[in-house]
Design a protein around this ligand. Structure first.
Ligand SMILES: *Cc1c(COP(=O)(O)O)cnc(C)c1O
Length: 428
């Protein structure tokens, strides 16, 4: 399998290049050159086995035995499908070490890079994070001597629990607390990648969801979901709703659909940051600054995977609309949904999952169907929102309680590219 840029399908590159390059040289995102012939089977398989049968058709450069071993280590937690009401299920993606779905992609990516990296100097992984990315990436690479991790997160815009998770790893992980918003952080990271002077001194790669090594493994849990759904002997195709920010998760779901996951429809659920819903309504894609919301991991004004989704539909808006809808949900609706699900069922949801459930319910009003919402984070990660806005006290899992007791090791920095590049140069 070779990989091509969304901006140029002439030049095909290897997986190795794709993993270490992150973004294509022309600024586009990588996609597989073709869709391999693989159909998700209905037979009962463990998550790592499902992952192996799926990903070996894409990651053909990795020796199968090594890939199988890697996936067994990376995907060593459950991803259960849980029914919460008559017509609503959630896929609990938050049972990994940092309690958010990003553990899936980050852990597979770390395994792939560790297997393939052969440089003499450590490779620096740069990640802009609105919360969950940073801790998932840091956790996945922490203690791997070939790598250093530098995280940039917006000061005051991540929850207390998240900040503690991000900033207490130490060792090969550095957290930079940036005076700015998430888009400032993402811009600094993008600028570093186009800075040839910096790159001649420091080996850097991206761990954002643009990287194929993180992005594509996410398709696996849609396969896993489809298997679980079939085993419930449901002959009705479900509608699947994905709480979305950079749209990597949604784009991965669309890959699973090419391999036999028969979803009736997919919904991208956004908060007040809604360039994707606006695009589906108007045909115009207009990136903008992000605004802060309760579902802060989705506060993205310029979703980086939009270009990938657009390319997957050959820039044909009508085709896209047949498979995908998008809904924007306000903070008020988010909190009302956290409350109503808790009252009806006793089930606690994080604000991102609440955006998804609210979008699903909006959709179901007009299109009666069974719905599955991806539960992207554990509610305890956003315990302050649940407590202050909804009066729900969530008990802390042990991993979070441990992080809260540690000392924060964050370094403060202005949203100033010059300062950032000097910092990276000094690491080399
Ligand atoms: C990152 C994140 C999202 C958004 O995922 P994208 O792939 O960027 O669309 C949603 N919910 C949570 C909890 C997240 O951490």
């Amino acid at each position: 399998m070779k990989w091509i840029s969304t901006r140029n399908n002439q030049e095909a590159v290897t997986l190795r290049e794709v993993l270490f390059q992150g973004l294509a040289r022309d600024g586009g995102l990588y996609l597989p050159e073709y869709t391999p012939e693989f159909q998700i089977s209905s037979e009962d398989q463990s998550l790592p086995d499902t992952a192996f049968s799926f990903l070996k058709t894409y990651f053909t450069e990795i020796e199968e035995q090594n890939l199988q071993e890697l996936l067994k280590n990376a995907l060593n937690f459950e991803i259960p499908l849980v029914q919460i009401t008559e017509d609503l299920w959630v896929l609990e993606l938050f049972h990994g070490p940092t309690l958010a779905f990003k553990d899936v992609g980050a852990r597979v990516m770390a395994g792939l890079l560790d297997m393939l990296y052969e440089g003499d100097a450590p490779l620096t992984i740069l990640a802009a994070t609105s919360g969950d990315t940073g801790s998932a990436v840091a956790s996945a690479f922490h203690g791997r001597p070939k790598f250093r991790v530098v995280l940039l997160y917006p000061e005051g815009k991540v929850s207390n629990v998240q900040e503690q998770q991000l900033t207490t790893f130490g060792g090969n992980v550095t957290a930079l607390k940036i005076k700015g918003n998430f888009d400032d952080c993402q811009k600094m990271v993008k600028q570093a990648f186009s800075d040839s002077k910096l790159r001649s001194v420091v080996s850097i790669t991206s761990a954002n969801s643009i990287n194929v090594g993180r992005w594509l493994p996410q398709a696996v849990y849609y396969a896993h979901l489809w298997k679980q759904w079939q085993q419930l002997a449901r002959n009705e195709s479900p509608v699947v709703c994905v709480p979305s920010g950079n749209l990597g998760n949604l784009a991965a779901g669309l890959v699973a659909c090419k391999h036999g996951a028969q979803f009736a429809h997919m919904i991208g659920a956004s908060n007040a940051n809604k360039p994707f819903p606006d695009y589906l309504n108007s045909g115009e894609f207009s990136p903008r600054s992000s605004v802060p919301t309760h579902s802060n991991a989705m506060d993205v004004g310029n979703p980086s995977n939009f270009e990938r989704i657009e390319a997957m539909f050959h820039k044909n808006l009508d085709e896209m609309k047949k498979s995908v809808s998008a809904v924007s949900i306000s903070d008020e609706e988010t909190i009302a949904t956290i409350n109503s699900i808790y009252k009806e069922t006793g089930y606690e949801i994080c604000p991102h999952t609440a955006v998804g459930i609210s979008a699903m319910r909006t959709y179901q009003k007009h299109h009666p169907a069974k719905g599955i919402v991806l539960a992207t984070a554990h509610p305890a990660k956003f315990g302050d929102v649940l407590e202050h806005q909804a009066g729900i006290t969530v008990s802390l899992p042990d991993t979070l309680r441990n992080a809260l007791e540690k000392e924060s090791l964050a370094i403060s920095m202005n949203a100033d590219y010059q300062k950032f590049s000097e910092f990276l140069m000094n690491l080399a």
